[in-house]
Ligand binder design. Structure first.
Ligand SMILES: [Zn+2]
Length: 288
């Protein structure tokens, strides 16, 4: 709890001011926060005196979303660990710092590892790039650099911070919806045998559906579709001088698509556009 409070304080301090840059990067985020403020205020039936608490809640959720604490929590929940063994450190640390030094990222970003056989990479928040054991096993150093450059692109483009912000607000609403659902289910159980029960059943389904649609739409509205984000991260890797490295990574995945390693890349493919299209785009950039 003490660490959490300190972290919140640091979020306020000037040194940590850079994390608010996401508001300038993604101006639509301001609209998102304004809507969230209205929703929270709405829970108080827009009572004039309740503007202040609603503002405070909106800000606190926002600060939590930007905090290192949330990033730590997400790493914990994702079963992510730091770079630990000597072989991991020898291979990864210099390689990672090399790519990082070619970016304009100011904060200390670090590599992390997830002990999974599947080939995957992911960035979380502002400071974590996570590589799977499968990626370390199957990618050459050059291909790892391409992967890291792409993930740093997600961080620098603000995608990962946005995702944290949406996660926090979604969680808050999930909690509120959960309470509403509980009340509705209670009422429904009182009228289980007649049409009023059916109406409440319908309301619950509607609430669940609404919740799912909202979190999906938020992401698309602020960041654009997931494909756009991926192409932008690829372009970022190209712009900082890792076009050849990333192309090599993508060709490795491209080959795996029709090999016995197909199952290992499924997770990565679910969240990214077709590998062939990504190669096409980056080869177009190289030709220019
Ligand atoms: Zn990506």
């Amino acid at each position: 709890m003490k660490d959490f409070m300190l972290d919140l304080l640091r979020t306020f301090s000037l040194k940590y001011f850079t994390r608010f840059k996401v508001l300038i990067q993604k101006p639509r985020l301001i609209l998102f926060l304004a809507i969230n403020f209205l929703i929270i205020w709405g829970f108080y039936w827009f009572h004039p005196f309740m503007v202040i608490p609603a503002l405070i809640y909106t800000s606190v959720f926002f600060l939590i979303a930007l905090s290192d604490w949330l990033e730590w929590l997400l790493r914990r929940l994702g079963d992510v660990r730091h770079v630990a063994t000597n072989t991991e450190k020898e291979r990864l640390n210099d390689l990672f710092d090399g790519v990082l030094s070619d970016t304009s990222i100011k904060q200390d970003v670090a590599p992390y590892i997830i002990d999974s056989a599947s080939i995957n990479a992911q960035a979380i928040g502002r400071t974590s790039v996570i590589l799977s054991r499968g990626a370390l096993e199957h990618f050459s150093d050059k291909q790892l650099k391409g992967t890291i450059a792409h993930e740093l692109g997600h961080i620098e483009n603000g995608d990962t911070v946005i995702s944290n912000i949406i996660t926090v607000y979604t969680f808050v609403y999930f909690f509120l919806v959960y309470i509403a659902r509980f009340i509705l289910m209670f009422i429904q159980s009182l009228f289980a045998t007649n049409f009023i029960g059916d109406i409440f059943k319908f309301l619950i389904t509607l609430l669940d559906l609404f919740f799912r649609i909202v979190s999906f739409v938020c992401n698309v509205i602020i960041c654009g579709g997931s494909r756009t984000r991926e192409y932008k991260a690829d372009k970022y890797a190209y712009n900082i001088g890792y076009g050849a490295e990333l192309t090599s990574t993508l060709y490795a995945i491209y080959d795996m698509e029709i090999s016995d390693k197909k199952g290992l890349i499924e997770q990565m493919q679910a969240s990214h556009p077709k590998v062939a299209y990504r190669i096409e785009k980056i080869e177009q950039l190289t030709r220019q």
